[in-house]
Design a protein around this ligand. Structure first.
Ligand code: FAD
Ligand code: DLZ
Ligand code: SF4
Length: 507
């Protein structure tokens, strides 16, 4: 009797633990396209194309290797629409002696997986996802001895553990972190490199047709789809990043520019999250570029920190704190998500531009997510669950384990400071310093109040006033609260009223 090897849509790695020890003559690999996964949020059209096309290509590669793959298509009339339903049908087809799978990325699926054995009557083995560099249990141990969790300390442990950018037991260059060198805006005249994109092949074309038909009402453009859908393409994408963009990744990591979504970023998150690339190989290649003299240390350290630091850290927090993590709302944020997050229809140019880039590419880079759409949601007090669902839907790289901590913890501070030591709240001056958005805006970033004022300016102060009880004790906010202490009661009230009136007019 065969072993059924169940591979989920973000487990597309030949090295995934569910495939370890597979017997090609006997075992069956199961992969299923199901409505539950294509619809748990209204995903960007390009995200659905990416996942389904990458799944189909991966299945074809496994077959070419001689493995038996049972692949269920979304439009198969017998498709039950759920992982559990499709697993039960596959059990009836293959009569396996056991089911082997890899732990999923998402709490929702983890809970469902716990029921599969009872539902199918077949023993289920759930193997750890060893594509991550920090096993879930190790993170729990690391977190257990600490009063507060900070990424920077976790990151140092990960540097020691992986040996990336280490010289003996010391960090290369004598510093763990070179962020102070990494905060430049794009100078006038600097043209970002043209990045390698991958025109759809026949198989991707079929998925584009399917998505165009079945998900016509979802957010996002289908035209211009260019994400890597195979491991070979992802490797080309990695090389393109290393050669064209990594040397300047550090310097311009926080910069934003109209009409330039990609700048010097790697564009690798979607490939990493689907399993087309591993975190280890990506970091090894970046380190090699530094050792060869191709890229400076500030760039390579900044890049490796995002992967062995932030990426592993947010996953650790997710599994440490779920399912309760998603329920907290530390700042009692209670406004509905404004419609312009979907339409882009707003006079605030920064927000319109980020939504536009997101619609075109299912992508915007970290600072746009954090300091434009995230900052606005924080200052406006948008309900965490609504802004989280938006991020989970609109980005090609969005999966709950990484989206949720970034949004809930980092962007909107709904966890009260578990993940980040202070809210990333900023007025318009930050966006003006790091981008060219304000030049084309209907509002004036230098004006603080009144109809022409940049809304971020008064929203910022109103946010601090509104949340004074929760935030005033935060030492990292001591400076703005000292400024506020000098304001008269009347000025405080006027600021809050202006912000409320603006927010009430939004939709
Ligand atoms: P680069 O800027 O080139 O960074 C290199 C790599 O580092 C990325 O590919 C990614 O794997 C990793 N990385 C960087 N920052 C983070 C981070 N904060 N957390 C985890 N990994 C990181 N990332 C996702 O992969 N999926 C998400 O759903 C997601 N949602 C986010 C939501 C918000 C509100 C914010 C502020 C950030 C979110 N991020 C998410 C993190 C980050 O914005 C993206 O990983 C990054 O923009 C992807 O583009 P890139 O591959 O060009 O990254
Ligand atoms: C995101 C996604 C989509 C859109 N569709 C599928 C699918 O049809 N089949 C599948 O196996 N996986 C899909 N995925 C990815 C899953 O949502 C992801 O594997 C789980 O959420 C676990 O992280
Ligand atoms: Fe955004 Fe304010 Fe600048 Fe307009 S002026 S682009 S709203 S930061």
């Amino acid at each position: 009797m065969p072993t059924l090897r169940f591979i989920l849509g973000d487990q597309l790695s030949r090295s995934v633990s569910a495939l370890a020890g597979i017997d090609p003559a006997r075992d069956v690999v199961l992969m299923v396209e199901v409505a539950e996964e294509t619809s748990y949020v209204p995903h960007h059209k390009q995200k659905i194309v990416l996942v389904l096309s990458a799944m189909r290509h991966f299945a074809a590669e496994l077959r070419a290797e001689g493995l038996r793959v049972d692949y269920v298509h979304l439009e198969d009339p017998a498709n039950t629409g759920s992982f559990g339903g499709e697993l039960a049908r596959a059990v009836a087809r293959h009569r396996p002696e056991r089911i082997v799978t890899t732990e999923p990325g998402e709490w929702r699926v983890w809970e469902a997986m716990g029921r599969w054995e009872a539902e199918t009557g077949v023993p289920v083995t759930i193997r750890p996802d060893d594509r991550f560099l920090c096993p879930r249990a190790d993170f729990v141990r690391w977190a257990a001895d600490r009063r507060s969790l900070r990424m920077e300390f976790f990151y140092r442990e990960m540097r020691r553990r992986t040996g990336f950018l280490m010289e003996g037991d010391r960090p290369a260059g004598g510093q763990w972190n070179f962020d102070a060198d990494n905060r430049k805006a794009i100078p006038r005249g600097l043209q970002p490199p043209v990045r390698r994109r991958f025109p759809p092949d026949l198989s991707t074309g079929e998925v584009i047709d399917l998505v165009g038909r079945r998900f016509a009402g979802n957010f996002g453009d289908l035209e211009g789809f260019g994400w890597p859908v195979t491991r070979d393409q992802a490797l080309v994408s990695l090389e393109d990043f290393i050669v064209e963009a990594l040397p300047r990744f550090g310097e311009y990591q926080d910069a934003m520019k109209s009409g330039e979504a990609f700048l010097f970023h790697s564009l690798l998150a979607a490939a990493l999250n689907l399993g087309l690339l591993t975190a280890r190989e990506v970091c090894l290649r970046a380190e090699e570029a530094w050792r060869d003299g191709h890229a400076p240390l500030n760039a390579v350290e900044g890049f490796i920190r995002q992967i062995i630091g932030w990426r592993e850290y947010v996953r650790g927090i997710y599994w440490l704190r779920m399912p309760g993590y998603a329920q907290t709302n530390a700042l009692s944020a209670d406004r509905p998500l404004p419609r312009f997050y979907w339409s882009g229809n707003t006079a605030m140019n920064c927000l319109a531009e980020v939504v536009r880039q997101t619609r075109m590419h299912a992508y915007s880079h970290h600072i746009q997510r954090l300091m434009v759409t995230g900052n606005f949601a924080l200052l406006a007090g948008i309900r965490p669950a609504e802004i989280e669902a938006w991020y989970l839907a609109v980005y090609a790289d969005a999966f709950d384990w990484v989206e949720l901590p970034n949004t809930h913890g980092m962007a909107v501070f709904a966890d009260g400071g578990l993940l980040a030591s202070k809210p990333y709240a900023a007025g318009g001056a930050y966006i003006d310093r790091m981008s060219d958005f304000c030049g084309g805006c209907a509002y004036d970033v230098k004006v603080k109040t009144g109809p022409s004022a940049c809304p971020f300016n008064y929203l910022y102060w109103a946010f601090l006033i509104r949340n004074e009880a929760e935030l005033k004790g935060n030492v990292r906010l001591a400076m703005p609260y000292r400024t506020l202490a000098a304001w008269s009661e009347e000025r405080r009230r006027a600021s809050v009223e202006e912000a409320e009136a603006f927010l009430d007019r939004l939709d």
